[in-house]
Design a protein around this ligand. Structure first.
Ligand code: ADP
Ligand code: GLC
Length: 479
């Protein structure tokens, strides 16, 4: 294809170097998928200690002086999965361990505004070829941490690369006091309603929406939902007004990282055809959580950040129903302290039926995906969601709220769908307690109908959840 070739990705996470959620999965898998379409994608990341430690064969290729009061070396190297990474090596900005946005007490880090404005400025300069001899045709910036890239580019004279901005989650907007304007080198004229201003603050996310040539979100349904009062989180009107440049493209997953046929985390590999490994995975998962009881009902699994968005209070409230029906639940997650405590206590109170691991564990995430019968994703809103895609790939049936990307990626196994050999999971709507219980009941029933259950699992495993189609859609947008 003719057209743009050199693409700069800018974002704050990238699997396997640094990850707090799905953003990292996208940053670690979409660029290689675009590379294999003949593009040249460089992924720029902040030089957090974990990033610097993980990037292989890093060489200094350029330097930018005077970014937030210090100079920035640009290093070029490879991620452990072979992706080309540019590191913004600037200890005065990025020498932070642990969560890139939150301190040890779970509070926003005090200097996030300066840090991520600087990151955006660095991305703009790299894209313009000011750090080293490589100019981007397109900059693809992700979430509020890279929200100011297009704003900085708009301040330069002469030709600039085109800009695409992807909203992974409208709930995180990067808002800071207006006093930051001067410190981050943005002119006062930008602080107005059609610029970076949002309720008398600076909004990095709004800046990304306003100044970028194209805006995307990570599923078509979410692109519609955010244009409403209800789903727009204060930006619904603006997104509706700008919907001519708004596109929704559902995410894929890295089908090499998530491959039950080669996955080292599993006791035994399995595929669509040979699913004995699936049984072995369930057995070993139950053992891992000390659940020796052989239940009549299915094993439900959760892998999630424990936040309001993810609706896990519904799962907590449904525990008596799950246990009462002799089904089981294993949960891997961390976040909200009250929810963590609820699930830990449930595991103590129901040692035959409930297991919980509070923390973050990549291996265990794979084991839960493989070992569970059903993966629960009862989100109140979900821009795309990746765990339901992994579930299908691993022959687990996703039970999801019909919102955002969950609505787009899971086909409800209704009687009509099943008749036509369709149906990859169970949807419930609206996202609330009674509909969720109804969804659980459908899962409990379908699980007892072995033939149908096997069919739903197969349907899911047959789905193309790879990046091939979404990468083609992004490529077309760049054109
Ligand atoms: P979000 O980005 O909103 O958290 P996604 O479904 O897009 O939701 O992506 C979540 C990603 O993080 C998935 O790769 C999932 O496996 C992973 N994940 C979430 N919680 C944990 C955890 N406690 N341990 C390991 N992996 C987790
Ligand atoms: C965000 C969203 C999630 C999405 C992920 C990757 O974290 O919450 O729905 O899958 O980004 O795009």
């Amino acid at each position: 294809m003719a057209g743009p070739k050199r693409i700069l990705f800018a974002g704050s996470e990238c699997f396997p170097l640094i990850k707090t959620g799905g953003l990292a999965d996208v940053m670690g898998a979409l660029p290689p998928a675009l590379d294999s379409r003949g593009l040249e994608v460089f992924t720029l990341l902040p030089g957090f200690p974990a990033v610097k430690a993980g990037v292989k064969r890093a060489k200094k290729v350029g330097v930018l002086s005077d970014i937030a009061g210090g100079s920035v070396n640009i290093l070029k190297g490879k991620s452990p999965t072979g992706q080309t990474i540019l590191v913004a090596d600037a200890p005065h900005l990025f020498d932070i361990d642990g969560n890139p946005y939150l301190d040890a007490n779970g509070k926003d880090r005090a200097d996030n505004g300066i840090r991520y404005a600087a990151f955006s400025e660095i991305a703009a300069k790299v894209a313009l070829g000011q750090a080293f001899k490589w100019k981007a045709d397109v900059v693809h910036a992700h979430d509020w941490q890279a929200g100011l890239v297009a704003a900085y580019l708009s301040l330069t004279e002469g030709p600039t690369p085109k800009t695409v901005f992807t909203i992974h989650n409208l709930a995180f907007q990067g808002q800071f006091p207006k006093s930051l304007m001067r410190k981050i080198g943005l002119p006062a004229q930008m602080f107005h309603q059609d610029g970076v201003e949002f309720w008398d603050k600076i909004s990095f996310l709004k800046a990304g929406i306003i100044y970028s040539d194209l805006v995307t979100t990570v599923s078509p349904t979410y692109a519609r939902e955010i244009q409403t009062e209800e789903g727009g989180m204060g930006l619904g009107g603006l997104l509706k007004k700008l919907n001519h440049k708004l596109h929704g493209i559902a995410n894929g997953i890295d089908t090499e990282v998530w491959n039950p046929e080669t996955d080292d985390a599993l006791p035994k590999p399995f595929s669509k055809k040979a699913v004995a490994g699936k049984k072995a995975a369930k057995k070993s998962l139950l053992q891992h959580f000390g659940l020796s009881h052989k239940a009549k009902g299915p094993l439900f699994g959760v892998i999630s950040r424990l936040t309001e968005q993810k609706g896990l209070d519904l799962v907590a409230a449904s525990l008596p129903h799950i246990v009462g029906n002799d089904a089981q639940l294993v949960l891997l997650g961390s976040g909200d302290k009250d929810l963590e405590a609820v699930f830990e206590e449930a595991a103590r109170n129901h040692p035959n039926h409930v297991g919980a691991f509070i923390g973050y564990d990549e291996q265990l995430a794979h084991q839960v995906q493989a070992g569970a019968d059903v993966i629960l994703v009862p989100s109140r809103f979900e821009p795309c969601g990746l765990t339901q895609l992994c579930a299908m790939r691993y022959g687990s049936v996703p039970l999801v709220a019909r919102v955002g990307g969950l609505a787009d990626t899971v086909i409800d196994a209704s009687t009509a769908a099943l008749k036509h050999k369709q149906g990859t999971g169970i949807q419930f709507s609206p996202a609330g307690f009674d509909p969720f219980i109804a969804g659980l009941d459908r899962a409990l029933q379908l699980y007892q109908d072995k033939k149908t259950w096997v069919q739903i699992r197969r349907n899911g495993m047959r789905e193309d959840v790879s990046w091939a189609l979404p990468a083609a859609a992004y490529h077309a947008l760049y054109q």
